[in-house]
Design a protein around this ligand. Structure first.
Ligand code: PEP
Ligand code: MN
Length: 338
């Protein structure tokens, strides 16, 4: 439910309304727009005296939100959310590029890639330490050692780090990680989402392999219901009947998600296609379709990568792409960087 307040409401009256709503077991999300203040109510509103609230002199209107996602709903928060990733802000004109290898393989590898992608203009470093692999015989990641190496790379370059969590018991292990990624395979790991709702770190939530936009937003809602509003959505392709590409990139998800939700939306063209030469055209399309950022896999030697080499760009290819992306982002009136 959302309460739109009249212009310039008396502060004391707003505070007592919020206190009353809290006493009814509801959490409130106050969004101060240019002309109006909106109070979003999260929780069971079925017992709320709607007539009495509508009659309050500071309240202009009371509207029920019909969609099942509430905190993630744009009706609750009409302005675009900006998510602060350790100083690198994403959303509302701030376009960010997350780049790095699929997995952290060694100190030399991650530091070399981190320096290269930074020099090309990437603003966050990615690298998997815990890898969700289809085969149990494939490289599973360096685990806690991989996290340490990412922190080394952060120390060398200053780039905030983005890395995937798979286990609900690992949240403490990720204490120094700047952005925690929830991968496609865990998009509906509800216990994990609830646990991440308790922290206040930015969560990069990837769309599940075969999940609808509404299911995607409901997973964001799980995190936000715990009080963590720092969610970034990532479209990374979905399973369709097509086999030429690893997945099918649902570009239409970007404008749809942005219409339904205030959360920033980025695109991962690497996992979407599985093919390195397709990363460039789809990264360009991501900018054109209104995405707030990109996640791109870059490896210093894709032919030798322990994971996802076929879709990884080498640093030179990434550099060429970035020069083009920077121009397109500027053309859209957006900015890459802090
Ligand atoms: C990844 O980003 O490393 C990854 C495993 O991606 P996804 O969850 O989208 O498959
Ligand atoms: Mn990968």
């Amino acid at each position: 439910m959302i309460l739109v307040l009249k212009q310039n409401p008396e502060k004391e009256k707003v505070e007592s309304l919020i206190k009353m709503l809290g006493e009814k077991g509801l959490s409130t999300n106050v969004s101060e727009g240019e002309s109006h203040t909106i109070i979003g109510l999260i929780g069971d509103t079925s017992h709320l005296p709607v007539d009495l609230i509508s009659a309050l002199d500071i309240v202009e209107s009371v509207t029920r939100i019909s969609e099942p996602f509430k905190a993630a709903n744009r009706k609750m928060h009409p302005e675009n959310s900006i998510i602060d990733c350790s100083g690198v802000k994403i959303g509302e004109g701030l376009f960010q590029v997350i780049a790095g290898p699929c997995s952290v393989e060694s100190e030399a590898q991650i530091i070399e890639v981190a320096k290269d992608v930074k020099a090309s203009g990437a603003t966050l470093l990615r690298g998997g330490a815990f890898k969700p692999r289809t085969s149990p015989y494939a490289f599973q990641g360096l685990h806690a050692d991989g996290l340490k190496l990412l922190l080394e790379a952060k120390k060398e370059t200053g780039l905030p780090i983005v890395t995937e969590i798979m286990n609900v018991n690992h949240v403490d292990l990720f204490a120094d990680v700047d952005v925690i990624q929830v991968g496609a395979r865990n998009m509906q790991n509800f216990d994990l989402l609830k646990e991440l709702g308790k922290c206040r770190k930015p969560i990069l939530l990837k769309r599940g392999l075969a999940n609808t936009i509404e299911e995607f937003l409901m997973s964001a809602e799980y995190i936000m219901a715990g009080g963590n509003n720092n969610v970034i959505l990532c479209e990374r392709g979905i399973r369709t009947f097509e086999t030429k590409t690893r997945n099918t990139l649902d570009l239409s998800a970007v404008p749809m998600l942005k219409k339904l939700s205030h959360l920033p939306v980025i695109i991962d063209p690497s996992h979407a296609t599985g093919i390195s030469w397709m990363v460039e055209p789809l990264a360009k399309a991501a900018v054109a379709v209104g995405a707030d950022g990109l996640m791109i896999e870059v490896h210093n030697n894709p032919a030798k990568a322990l994971c996802d080499g076929a879709q990884s760009l080498n640093p030179q290819q990434f550099d060429t792409l970035m020069q083009d992306i920077k121009r397109r982002v500027e053309f859209e009136g957006k900015k890459i960087g802090r």
